[in-house]
Design a protein around this ligand. Structure first.
Ligand code: NAP
Length: 352
């Protein structure tokens, strides 16, 4: 291992969760820019030993003293904890990079996707940088590249979201439900799956053998919080406060990797060939688009990879300024931990 002297100290708050676990994997495999790495979680996890960079590190319980001497603190914890503790870390001199929804729309907190608006990370009046939600992140790198070329004017998206977007509890729930329906003839009568699986966990309906048109909490006029996040966060990241955005968020029985169908309308006419060229060259994007050969991204193939995968690129039949696309991104990697790690590395590079 390289010397940790003079390298910045990183704190991972929420190291034991679904996102935190992927963060530790990324820290173990990406270029090692960190000195000490401190692992923090609830008192329930204090004393557990987790592996990072090939070494066992003991988890400590969240408290003010955790942030002494920390340069960058990433927060992979629920909103209310980030709201309380990211300012504490910032007051202790750390730059807080927050994965929760607590600060994303705060005017004094940049919302950063390094491939799209890395410059925004430098202006952080509260000492906090926010990471977008996983659904927006799963498509925004590809959309940013197309916007730079054609000028985006509208997005209409439907999501097909994995259960790990609801954290470890979401993963546990789907696995449990799959074991209850496996090998059965369930899924043929109204309510038979509902009765068989029993516990819905964090979801409003069974996830096994089902598709659920709901993610997040209920907001005004029937919208879900997840749908509003896609709208508000896409606007902020792209710097397009008036962008027309409509989202319908749907949960599907996939463990990890969100998919989206996207109808993207632009200021100028588009061609499939030109759009494919842009996507092929865009950092962080893989174009995988050959339906004649059965080639398009699916969550089962994309999970565990870093890029945004794009396929099924078509020009709308009734609108020469619009494209239809199918996009997949690992919600725990680019959708959460990877983007956070990239932001933390940007900050570390500036500190050096
Ligand atoms: N899952 C995704 O796809 C995704 C994507 C983007 C952003 N996010 C956001 O990232 C954050 C973490 O999500 P997740 O899916 O990883 O959740 P999770 O699996 O439920 O993990 C939550 C983490 O928070 C810790 N925690 C809970 N209560 C605590 C307390 N009182 N003090 C200190 N630590 C505490 C947990 O520690 P213990 O193990 O000790 O309880 C655990 O490490 C959330 O804000 C979520 O909205 C998630």
């Amino acid at each position: 291992m390289s010397s940790t002297r003079n390298k910045p100290t990183l704190a991972v708050v929420g190291a034991t969760g679904a996102v935190g676990t992927v963060m530790l994997d990324l820290l173990s495999t990406r270029e090692d820019v960190w000195g000490e790495i401190r692992l923090i979680a609830s008192p329930r996890s204090a004393g557990r030993r987790l592996r990072v960079r090939g070494e066992e590190v003991e988890v400590v319980a969240l408290g003010e003293e955790c942030f002494e001497g920390v340069d960058v603190a990433v927060f992979d914890v629920p909103d209310e904890l980030s709201a309380q503790w990211a300012p504490v870390a910032a007051a202790k001199g750390a730059v807080a990079v927050d994965n929760s929804g607590a600060f994303r729309l705060d005017d004094d907190v940049p919302l950063v996707v390094p491939e799209v608006n890395a410059h925004a990370a430098r202006v952080r009046p509260r000492g906090i940088i926010a990471n977008p939600n996983c659904t927006t992140l799963s498509m925004i790198v590809a959309m940013g590249a197309l916007h730079a070329e054609f000028g985006l004017s509208e997005l209409i998206v439907s999501s097909y979201q994995a259960v790990s977007g609801a954290g470890q509890a979401g993963i546990d729930t789907l696995r449990d439900q799959i074991s209850k329906v496996a090998g059965s003839t369930l899924g043929t009568q109204p309510g038979d799956v509902r009765r068989a699986v029993g516990d819905f966990g964090p979801f409003p309906a069974p996830m096994a053998l089902n598709v659920v048109p709901w993610a997040g909490s209920l907001k005004d006029d029937g919208w879900s919080s997840e749908e509003l996040k896609v709208r508000n966060e896409s606007r902020k990241i792209l710097g397009l406060p008036n962008l027309r955005v409509t989202a319908t968020c749907v949960r599907v029985p996939v463990i990890t990797t969100h998919s989206l169908t996207v109808h993207a309308r632009f200021e100028r006419e588009v061609t499939v060939a030109h759009a494919q060229e842009i996507l092929r060259d865009a950092p962080g994007v893989v174009l995988y688009d050959n339906p004649a050969a059965g080639e398009f991204p699916t969550p089962a193939d994309v999970v565990g990879t870093d890029p945004t995968w794009v396929g099924r690129v078509r020009r709308s039949m009734d609108d020469p300024t619009a494209l239809e696309l199918f996009v997949c991104g690992d919600n725990l990697r680019k959708g959460a931990a990877l983007n956070t790690a990239q932001i933390a590395e940007l900050v570390a590079a500036d500190l050096g």
